[in-house]
Design a binder for this molecule. Structure first.
Ligand SMILES: [Cu+2]
Length: 150
């Protein structure tokens, strides 16, 4: 087969555009919503945070870490009932499945926010940065709200 230089350069250009658009698509496929942090008694050393992560893309994306300037450390926890006892199990990376919304909610998945750098009160705004694979990151603002028992 013989390719003209123009054909090859068009081919290369197409490949560049294809890889750029798939990158853009992956970046825009994740949406983080409804972020809030449950109020806790004064001097609490831990808070629980909740949010939803929607993956509208066609590929699974893994949530790697969550951080906030107002906390020393944030872990991703899943509450599991093992022999009638609720235990919190740290998730080492959390797959966010394609075409699904993953919901963090009381009694299930939550952000375990450890070591607040100051006291929190209802209405305070907390910045959360979620890092995903493929160098994707999303920053959202969570408001401290009264815990609602379900
Ligand atoms: Cu926990």
């Amino acid at each position: 087969m013989i390719f003209s230089t123009k054909t090859i350069s068009n081919f290369v250009l197409t490949m560049i555009l294809v890889s750029l658009s798939s990158f853009t698509f992956a970046k825009d496929s994740i949406t983080v919503n409804k972020a809030w942090v449950a109020d806790a008694p004064p001097n609490s050393t831990m808070y629980a945070g909740y949010l939803t992560i929607k993956n509208s893309g066609s590929e699974e994306v893994e949530l790697l870490t969550v951080s906030s300037p107002k906390f020393k450390k944030i872990e991703i926890h899943q509450t599991q009932i093992i022999r009638n006892i609720a235990r919190m199990v740290e998730q080492d990376g959390l797959p966010i499945f394609e075409n699904e919304t993953t919901t963090f909610a009381p009694g299930g998945l939550h952000l375990m926010m450890i070591g607040p750098k100051s006291n929190m009160k209802i209405g305070d705004k907390i910045e959360l940065t979620l890092k995903f694979e493929n160098n994707l990151s999303k920053t959202v603002t969570a408001e401290v709200q009264k815990r609602v028992s379900k």
